[in-house]
Design a protein. Structure first.
Lengths: 483, 485
């Protein structure tokens, strides 16, 4: 049987505010456990929440970036359940009146088409703390540093039909929130976490199947694997004549396994009701306009500009505009000279390969955009050969020196481009190789002739001590040998 | 000295007739000697009080005094006090020492007042008789001579009894459904529940957040005004507190009452009220007429729904507010929990008293899937109707007057077996909390030797007018100065 896959996502995005959503504690990651939890975060008796205006601004910016309506009257509710890392015994969140209403995001598919994924809503809420199950000898440790970190939970419509689309959407959302500067996007620290809702239905059917939710995926790769895994699992169940149980599942990416966490019957009754400690927050036009005016360039607009301004093709522009840090790096490099296409090639070639090999992100790169730009300028103006360029790149990466020109001088990588000197060398070399010259001139096949040119290059490079500009040598050779 | 008002004590401290250390010692001695009869204090902070009194005397000598510098008083044990245990009347918080002050606590500290200790209360402010305290019931100083121990009312029964027994001249209190006014009435003292949002709730342990309001208990209206001057005001730590100018509440106490329009809600003079009680209230209203006020009957048509709505909304909020008492971070934790569920269930089963558990159950039920609309949403609709009743009434009159309670102080144990009878104690006070308006209870006579309270209700933020009306009444009556034998 043929199946249609239906996927919807819920994405938790940690907002990059300095302080928590309802208290003045720092949100910085990685501090000693429980050093960033004050009386409010610990839910000490009598303490009260005070909303963080910046979290609202960020949520509004997000809403505007995904073409959504902003709810003018934003209400917080209490979601009641007991858990050791939830100090108040309820999570303060939004249900009936989320701050961001319906919107959409367009994603680019590998086949070059564009697909619209609708956003159902996005709401503001507080993150819980962390329960630590290791190192406590059968007990559980609780770290409340994260408790109260502001989140927006983005809920999509079930508009995606395979893992590639879901990942493309997730990457696009990552690109949007990092471009907006409202999230640091660091998934290894849990700054973005994905829950995937998946169901299958017979191909072409209008009726949605029963869905499962796979929770807390914190990388694009795990998300892709988890979807593939869950689709296969559901297919097996359905094709064996079974039915899918509505449940929440956990996926173990290291083992490519999943297990049921709780079924619908075991689900909590969260007893939502409006939080009486927080009055409804009224958002007025001027607040929204201010947020709109503070919106930076978004990925779609940036891509269009890269094509227009730098003459990049669709593929290069899409790749370089998606990640705001990479985009900034590219622009820094491209602004050093005129050959943006060559900059794009270097970023996608040696630079990306090196980052991947060392599991680094653009932010950790030891080479700045300007340095890479300088390097490309020297390639473009023929100061160095591509072989020389690789040596310069290595020296920059290892921190041997931070000036491209200084490295070129120190390593003697400068090409000889003085045509007079090069012509003299060519004459000398050709004079010493009369047989080869005659052979070349008797050859009719242009392909073979081209190949034979290579035979002169070795002696020429040797004669120039490796510093002759190969492109110029080539031109001179062709001219002297009579085309 | 112990019969003097805050205003008088403040003047005597300023004139040097007495020092704060002497005054503090005298009240501490009285507490030591007398409180075994009442059990109105949970914690007495003798050393801290004397140390604070010495500082206060230095401040007076240096000319840096406020009216409160060196004046002794007490806090209801619901206000967090940095370094001093704050129990909220519960085993759950028997050993809880907050590392922070409530805003109200900080305000009194800032004003130089000397806190003698923390007064007894119904557990988590849930009760109308102060019989629900883990630290034992409080006994009303009135009626002791006839051999029956009577309740002081609740939940601020400790504060009201302590002020009535002259153990302190003033005490803070809180009111969610009548918890200031009912005990003030039953103990023959004056109490004020301000407009919701007038006094910060930060550090005041929550019962029902949308109804809880900190307020004052003292013998005179003037002393209530002095207290409110310290307590009222916007607090950035409480998003529900209101950013609105705070007047000097003592400045308008002596305004004449000529032309004051009084409304008597007919629903509050029903057959629930004994003829003897009604007579006392009508006599008090007659005094107001002599002072130049006019009186008319008004209606609060939805008042009869108040108790039903309240006992959905308040427990619903409480059920969530009390979830933080889970035995994980502070407070009572059961012995040797075998797993997480055991830790939760036994810590809460052993740490909370019966009435608290009853309300958590009621509130949890009212919020449950399938019941939410019928209970919680319906109750909120009723609440808006009740609010509208008051708004309409204040288009016609300046203040409303009624009895504070249907009957005077009852005998301990009389109503403990029937929660609903106990809930009816607040039949005249609860609608005021649902509406959020301010109200006072003022001593207005006696029935069978027991005090009767007159409730005066005002429009939003009309505390100055209420205090003015109460003060003028107290210039021509002496009910508030009667001392229990």
């Amino acid at each position: 049987m043929q199946w249609d896959i239906v996927i919807g996502l819920e994405i938790h995005v940690q907002l990059a505010t300095k302080t928590k959503i309802f208290s003045g504690s720092s949100t910085a990651y990685g501090a000693e456990p429980n050093t960033q939890a004050n009386a409010v975060d610990l839910a000490m008796p009598g303490t009260l929440p005070v909303p963080n205006e910046q979290a609202f601004r960020y949520a509004v910016m997000f809403g505007l970036a995904v073409n959504a309506e902003i709810e003018r009257r934003s209400v917080f509710e209490r979601k009641n359940y007991f858990y050791p890392d939830l100090p108040k015994g309820y999570q303060t969140t939004q249900l009936e009146r989320p701050i961001v209403g319906p919107g959409y995001v367009d994603i680019d598919l590998p086949n070059g088409e564009t697909k619209r994924v609708r956003i159902h809503h996005a709401h503001l809420e507080e993150d819980a703390g962390k329960s630590l199950h290791e190192d406590f000898h059968g007990m559980t440790g609780v770290d409340l540093n994260r408790a109260g970190t502001p989140l927006i939970e983005v809920v999509t419509e079930p508009d995606m039909n395979n893992a590639e689309e879901a990942v493309a959407f997730a990457k696009k959302l990552h690109s949007i929130v990092t471009s907006l500067g409202i999230c640091d996007g660091d998934m290894s620290q849990g700054s973005m976490r994905f829950d995937v809702n998946i169901s299958l239905k017979p191909k072409g059917s209008d009726t949605l199947g029963t869905r499962t939710e796979t929770k807390n995926l914190n990388s694009f790769r795990f998300m892709e694997q988890a979807i593939a895994h869950e689709v296969e699992r559901q297919m097996d169940v359905l094709e064996d004549g079974g039915s899918i149980v509505q449940e929440t599942r956990l996926y173990n990416g290291d083992r490519d396994e999943s297990r049921s966490m709780r079924t619908k019957e075991e689900a909590n009754d969260y007893r939502y009701f409006p939080c009486p400690d927080l009055l409804p927050v009224e958002i007025d036009d001027s607040f929204i306009e201010e947020a709109r005016n503070s919106l930076p360039e978004l990925p779609d607009a940036r891509k269009a500009r890269f094509m227009e301004q730098y003459g990049l093709n669709d593929y290069d522009a899409g790749l370089l505009s998606g990640d705001s840090k990479l985009a900034t790096f590219f622009e820094e490099a491209a602004s050093q000279g005129k050959d943006a296409k060559l900059v794009a090639n270097w970023i996608q070639g040696d630079f990306s390969a090196r980052l991947n090999a060392e599991e680094k992100s653009v932010a950790d790169s030891p080479i700045s955009g300007a340095q890479l730009g300088d390097l490309v300028v020297r390639i473009a103006d023929n100061t160095i050969s591509s072989a020389g360029a690789k040596k310069v790149f290595e020296a920059l990466w290892s921190g041997e020196n931070d000036s491209v020109d200084a490295i070129i001088d120190a390593k003697g990588l400068k090409q000889v481009s003085d045509t007079g000197a090069l012509e003299a060398m060519v004459d000398e070399v050709l004079a010493g190789m009369p047989d080869q010259v005659a052979q070349y001139q008797n050859e009719e096949d242009p392909k073979k002739r081209k190949k034979m040119l290579g035979g002169f290059m070795g002696p020429l490079m040797k004669a120039s001590k490796g510093q002759g500009n190969p492109k110029l040598f080539n031109e001179i050779l062709v001219r002297k040998l009579g085309g | 000295m112990h019969n003097k008002s805050v205003a008088e004590l403040s003047r005597e401290l300023e004139s040097g007739q007495v020092s704060s250390v002497e005054l503090t010692q005298e009240f501490l001695d009285r507490i030591k000697r007398e409180d075994s009869k009442y059990n109105s204090f949970i914690t007495v902070t003798e050393e801290q009080a004397l140390a604070d009194a010495r500082v206060a005397d230095e401040q007076r000598a240096a000319g840096n005094a406020t009216p409160w510098t060196g004046v002794p008083f007490a806090h209801k044990d619901i206000f967090c006090t940095n370094g001093v245990r704050t129990t909220c009347g519960s085993k759950m918080l028997e050993n809880f020492v907050p590392p922070y002050d409530a805003t109200v606590t900080a305000n009194f500290r800032q004003a130089g007042a000397v806190c003698l200790g923390k007064t007894n209360m119904d557990e988590f402010a849930m009760g109308s008789s102060n019989e629900n305290s883990f630290f034992g019931a409080v006994t009303n100083p009135w009626g002791l001579n006839e051999g029956n121990k009577r309740v002081p009312g609740g939940s601020s029964g400790g504060s009201a009894a302590a002020v009535a027994a002259r153990l302190v001249p003033a005490a803070t209190a809180t009111d969610t459904g009548g918890s200031i006014r009912q005990p003030a009435a039953l103990c023959g003292v004056t109490g004020l529940k301000p407009t919701y949002g007038r006094v910060s709730r930060y550090g005041m342990i929550a019962f029902a957040s949308s109804l809880d309001q900190g307020g004052t208990i003292a013998r005179s209206a003037e002393d209530n005004a002095l207290m409110l001057n310290v307590m009222a005001g916007f607090d950035p730590k409480d998003s529900t507190s209101i950013d609105r100018e705070v007047p000097d509440y003592t400045a308008t106490l002596n305004e004449p009452l000529k032309g004051l329009k009084i409304g008597l809600p007919k629903e509050y003079f029903s057959d629930q009220l004994s003829p003897a009680m009604e007579q006392q209230v009508r006599n008090a209203v007659a005094e107001y007429e002599k002072l130049g006020a006019t009186v008319k009957e008004v209606s609060l048509p939805n008042a009869k729904l108040a108790i039903a709505a309240y006992y959905v909304i308040a427990p619903a909020e409480a059920s969530a507010n009390l979830s933080r008492f889970d035995g994980v971070r502070y407070g009572y934790r059961c012995e040797d929990p075998k797993d997480l569920m055991d830790l939760y269930t036994r810590s809460r089963a052993e740490g909370f008293g019966a009435e608290v558990k009853r309300r958590i159950l009621v509130g949890t039920y009212a919020l449950s899937a399938g019941y939410f609309d019928a209970y919680y949403l319906k109750a909120q609709k009723v609440r808006r109707l009740i609010q509208q009743d008051f708004i309409n009434a204040f288009k016609e009159v300046d203040v409303l007057m009624s009895p504070t309670t249907p009957s005077p102080a009852f005998i301990q144990g009389e109503k403990t077996s029937d929660p609903v009878t106990m809930y009816l104690e607040d039949v005249f006070t609860i609608a005021i909390n649902l509406a959020g308006v301010p109200a006072m209870s003022v001593p207005a006579g006696f029935v069978d030797g027991l005090p009767v309270g007159l409730q005066i209700i005002g429009d939003y933020f009309s505390e100055a007018r209420l205090l003015n009306a109460a003060h003028q009444f107290q210039q021509v009556t002496d009910w508030h100065q009667r001392e229990p034998q």
